[in-house]
Write a protein that binds this ligand. Structure first.
Ligand code: PXG
Length: 445
């Protein structure tokens, strides 16, 4: 086997156009990892780095977990690939059954994709097609939210609300989209532990502004992340999601939860839907389904919605949509092994049990230089820094870099530093995470 350090020394970094990365800066000062185990990366220069973000909000069971590793290897040698277009293989069916078993009541079906972005597009398509086949074809408008992140495909950036993802592609965005305001108000609600008591009325904008503007008969669906992630970790005020649900119900509008980050235990429950006690019509998932080990995403669909497609299609194809690798055998095997690991180690419950300690850790950062907010819900949290004059984002990036140098990986989003540890984290890992982040903040001017 090639020595990883030797491989790194001989690497030509130039040909790879890295996603969402300042390529030239990275390649001047590359940060390479060569192995990972549980909560730690091994870097090319042999250091151990604590993964404080489940890498990209996805490695919920931790890295290289034996059951998942074994399942992928076994599957690769047994049935490497089979299509799910009219052919089938058992593991995809079994994975769908297991995901449905974790879902809130009323959900009966799963449509698999390879990523969260594809799953978002799939959910939007299901919503549009559903209204059309029921004779409500005027319901073509979609409602997203400012600072929402729903992936990088055209559907997702259209309903999404992170400006940088939209700017260059403005000409290609879906035309019939409105955005609710985001739920953050640092003036009124900074340093809140968990959900703010005030602010549910922000949901009323749907009924007071957007519905009167277009008429509900033209609106297909509202999509939100129950807790916004990549837009900067925004926790919904108490009652906000229930209020959205009520308004959607009154007006025949489908409610979609994008649970790509909040799904699979992040909230101490299988999905955020159960944590909040609010049931949407479609649930978008990805990331944690395989604990990041093989790409996979999907949409959980209510039985009544699937039934409407089945009735409308007669004996034919219900939905002209899908991907070559929908329900890929390796992804299905990884998903089943990840779900087994979550269950055997009670990782969803453990996340809920660890949440109060995590909350204390996040809020202990209050009072450090430039800290203007600490926020958290279950095992997701963030600290927001005052932007450096004329250099937005620079301060959080410096904290991120200093934390990395001290052996902790966290994510900078604008001037927010986000925390999202693997669900196997213990108190000692959180102590290390927040201890290093505090040092990094203190060292940052
Ligand atoms: N929805 C949500 C809520 C997400 O967080 C996606 C959809 C898209 O998933 P895929 O698998 O297509 O990447 C995501 C992805 C960041 C960052 O800036 C977050 C994500 C992806 C890339 C960067 O923290 N989340």
């Amino acid at each position: 086997m090639t020595d990883p350090a030797e491989l790194v020394r001989s690497l030509d970094l130039e040909p790879l156009w890295m996603p969402l990365t300042a390529n030239r800066a990275f390649k001047r000062s590359p940060r390479l990892v060569v192995a990972a185990k549980d909560l730690y990366y091994t870097t090319a220069d042999g250091r151990q780095v604590l993964d404080g973000l489940a890498t990209l909000w996805c490695v919920n069971a931790g890295h290289c977990r034996p059951k998942i590793v074994e399942a992928i290897g076994r599957q690769a040698g047994t049935l490497d690939y089979a299509s799910s277009y009219s052919l089938g293989h058992p593991l995809a069916f079994e994975a769908a059954r297991r995901v449905v078993a974790l879902a809130p009541e009323g959900f009966g079906h799963v449509f698999f994709t390879n990523s969260g972005s594809e799953a978002v597009d799939t959910a939007l398509k299901i919503a549009l097609a559903y209204h059309r086949l029921r004779g409500e074809a005027t319901r073509t408008r979609l409602v997203g939210r400012e600072r929402a992140f729903h992936g990088a495909n055209f559907g997702g950036i259209s309903v999404g609300g992170v400006p940088a993802y939209r700017k260059a592609f403005a000409a290609g965005l879906l035309p019939a989209v409105d955005h609710l305001r985001h739920t953050q108000d640092l003036g009124a609600r900074a340093f809140v532990r968990g959900q703010a008591a005030a602010g549910a009325e922000l949901a009323d904008e749907l009924e007071n502004r957007i519905i009167p503007l277009h008429d509900a008969s033209n609106i297909a669906a509202v999509i939100v992340e129950p807790v916004a992630g990549a837009g900067g970790v925004l926790v919904p005020p108490r009652g906000y999601l229930a209020r959205l649900r009520e308004i959607c119900d009154r007006h025949g509008i489908l409610l979609v939860f994008d649970e790509v980050i909040t799904g699979f235990g992040r909230m101490g429950t299988p999905f955020a839907s159960q944590f909040f006690g609010v049931t949407p019509d479609l649930i978008v998932f990805a990331k944690g389904i395989t604990s990041g080990a093989v790409p996979m995403g999907g949409v959980l669909v209510k039985k009544s919605i699937y039934q409407a497609f089945a009735e409308a299609a007669g004996g034919g194809v219900e939905l002209f949509h899908g991907y070559t690798y929908s329900g890929h055998p390796l992804a299905s095997a990884a998903a089943l092994a990840a779900l087994d690991t979550y269950a055997e180690e009670r990782l969803f419950e453990r996340a809920g049990e660890l949440a109060p300690y995590f909350e204390d850790g996040v809020h202990a950062l209050r009072g450090l230089p430039h800290v203007i907010d600490c926020r958290n819900l279950q095992l997701i949290g963030a600290v927001e820094l005052e932007p450096r004059p004329g250099a937005p984002g620079a301060r959080a990036t410096d904290v991120h870099t200093r934390a990395w140098d001290r052996g902790v990986f966290v994510r900078a989003i604008g001037d927010t530093v986000a925390f999202c540890p693997p669900l196997i984290a213990e108190r000692k890992h959180l102590d290390a995470l927040f201890g290093v982040v505090a040092e990094a903040i203190r060292a940052t001017a």
